[in-house]
Design a protein around this ligand. Sequence first.
Ligand SMILES: N[C@@H](CCC(=O)N[C@@H](CS)C(=O)NCC(=O)O)C(=O)O
Length: 217
Amino acid sequence: MTGALPVLYSFRRCPYAIRARMTLRYSGVQVELREVVLRDMPRELLACSPKATVPVLVLPDGNVIEESRDIMQWTLAQHDPHHWQPQPGSPGAAVAQDLITANDLEFKPQLDRYKYAERYPQHSRAWYRSQGERFLADLEQRLTGHAWLLGDHISIADIAIFPFIRQFALVDRAWFDAGTWLHLRHWLDGLLQAELFTAVMHKYPAWRSGEPGSLFP
Ligand SMILES: N[C@@H](CCC(=O)N[C@@H](CS)C(=O)NCC(=O)O)C(=O)O
């Protein structure tokens, strides 16, 4: 493995890591992928990112990008062939930022409580689900009459949010399929079937210290 590549510490099923890998694959920026075990984070990762979450991107110059959203931004700044990134200062740019923030700060905690309701006995699973449904309703409205969240063009917002909607739907797919999320379901299923997603879900062996990682994409 060449030492000149950025190193991506990743975990296959982590939604934050999925959106980072999808963006890297789209942009064609090559990295050395190191698949981690969450409960046994490698010391190399902890040395450069003590907060101990994935994904983390370590650049060849030693800079460390510790947030998946920043990894997406950095990657698109390298190469963005189909303009996932809205024009800076455009209304689309503001909407994308707001949607991703709502996803990360409001919807993700609701998703966790819905998914792991037994750990949060204050409310029922259905109650936590109803909290998350408000975000689904917003997305459904945006997708009514448009293929993508910002309009007729796929963007960073679709990819940043998709892995979390996937998880939400997976908690009880029968419930999700029976709901009124016609356009959201279509959007989700399209992305689930896209090569961009299926390819980044390839299973890599857990990385071991001192061994080369895997070339990605
Ligand atoms: N804000 C971070 C969140 C990353 C995150 O929470 N990743 C989870 C996995 S999905 C993690 O590494 N958790 C550490 C653990 O469970 O020990 C980002 O966007 O990258």
